[in-house]
Design a protein around this ligand. Sequence first.
Ligand code: HEC
Length: 325
Amino acid sequence: MWGLPQGIPQTQKGILQKQIVDPMTNTSLFVVGLFACLAWAGLLSANEPLLGDTERGRRVFDQSGGCSCHTNYSKEGRNAPVLAGGRALSTPFGIYYSTNITPDLETGIGRMSDAEFITAMQEGIAPDGQNYFPIFPYTSFTGMSDQDLVDLRAYLSTLPPVKRVNKPADVMPPFSWRWGVSLWKWLNFKAGRWQPDPSRSEIWNRGDYLVNSPSHCGECHTPRDWTGGLDRSMWLAGSSDGPEGELAPNITSDSKTGIGSWHLRDLIWFLETGFKPDGDDTQGLMSEMIEHGYAKLPQADLEAIATYLKSVPPIDHRVQAHSSE
Ligand code: HEC
């Protein structure tokens, strides 16, 4: 492997080789040994299934906004069967219906293994290998840790199963083709766990994780390009095509078009109650995400979300009804 200089007599080559190769052999042996240990440790941890904790999972559920898109509160009101899906989510491409994520064995996700659940959330791939439509915000959930997901799964498994068959999407081709989602993913999706920024505080990092992974604030509050991909240069700057055709306001720290004038306490209060600093209350899905999720978070999580949001650079972007944008 080590090329020896040409023209050196054989005996010298032997000596040279000995000098060069011997220490290398020791090092190589060490390296091989180290890799073997690491591989062994890796195998052990890969084979050891993560155990889900329902209490921790309940908190992840709250962080996600109570998976509110999966309950049809908008049409069926307060008595809508929780997490049984069927909620119409309109997009510029047509209407998608959220799915049944109760533990029902036939129509819900009762038969999904933990590993399949993790793959669904982090990769956007169903147990049968098909792509999920990106209305399912795996672009954010991909950042979630395996442990958080297994905990969430454990919590979801404790909820009552509901029998309700999923509704097919009401969208035109090519947006109804699941294989087309591979192209969409290639353009707009990068799978990968969230990574902390060591130059920032612990609370900021916690907020970054929550906002951009489980709480998926950017999925509604960021405008999308013509392919339906999130415009990352306009992160949290508001969208005319929010869920169910609502406007999702600019939540960057811009003082004119965003929430730059809100104090840290205002944000925490808003996430706890849905009331804005001017006394008005929020509507639609945002109010549901608060009521069924964010409001139940411990102060530490709310403070982290608010701290992170206050640090988001201002973007001057007035969100307007679709036609005028
Ligand atoms: C499912 C989509 C969705 C998600 C997820 C979401 N929001 Fe919202 N949010 C909205 C919509 C829609 C509104 C506007 C509601 C209204 O008109 O009352 C809104 C309103 C707000 C407002 C009020 C802003 C203003 O100027 O009135 C704030 C602040 C806010 N959201 C913060 C957040 C944060 C923080 C998160 C994540 C923890 C989040 N939102 C997640 C859809 C969403």
